[in-house]
Design a protein around this ligand. Sequence first.
Ligand SMILES: C[S@@+](CC[C@H](N)C(=O)[O-])C[C@H]1O[C@@H](n2cnc3c(N)ncnc32)[C@H](O)[C@@H]1O
Length: 205
Amino acid sequence: MVRTGIVGWGITDPAVIEVMGNVPRHAFVPEEYLSQAYNNHPLPIGYGQTISQPYIVALMTEALDLENGDRVLEIGTGSGYQAAVLAELGIDVYTIEIIGPLAETATMRLQELGYTNVMVRHGDGYYGWEEHARFDAIIVTAAPDHVPQPLLEQLKIGGVMVIPVGPVGGYQELWHITRQDEENYQSVSMGGVRFVPLTREVREE
Ligand SMILES: C[S@@+](CC[C@H](N)C(=O)[O-])C[C@H]1O[C@@H](n2cnc3c(N)ncnc32)[C@H](O)[C@@H]1O
């Protein structure tokens, strides 16, 4: 998977390539999809949600331009796979999931795998995680139709947010947003992607 779907598709950051080889994706997919765990495509994880394609995980991680010890906010914990990739890079990860059972399963899974530097919260990630702001980087793995203002405010100056933005059910544009100062942000498109929508309904079950 790493040779063909990560390096072969243009990821060059050695640290990202290494962690993509270290994180056991099979531990994050439902049993019925185990045989496809190392295929380079998204897979269902229940509740109408997916674990992202490994290449997209690597692409977004590389784009965050992280350093060991950085604090990163993730919106859309899902299976916990992206959080584990960040944690393997030595990042302190704060991740929010809107569907209760997915948040619970991801919390247990990450604990069992020994990722002590990931904090999972159940709730609506639209508002970010004020108590731990500001973040060195923010990664959004579900697509809103606009960039949430609270997330822009919770980014450090010089920090990067990677976020897919676009209509529900269609293709979205992946944006790389750098906070230049208190007021100004620079946005660069990274191309078209397809993510599940960022929803606003907190589900307990
Ligand atoms: C493509 S999946 C994320 C994949 C995940 N990063 C992984 O590695 O498995 C998107 C996730 O975002 C969650 N989500 C959608 N809207 C949300 C919101 N407002 N706040 C937090 N999570 C949300 C979905 O429930 C879903 O689990």
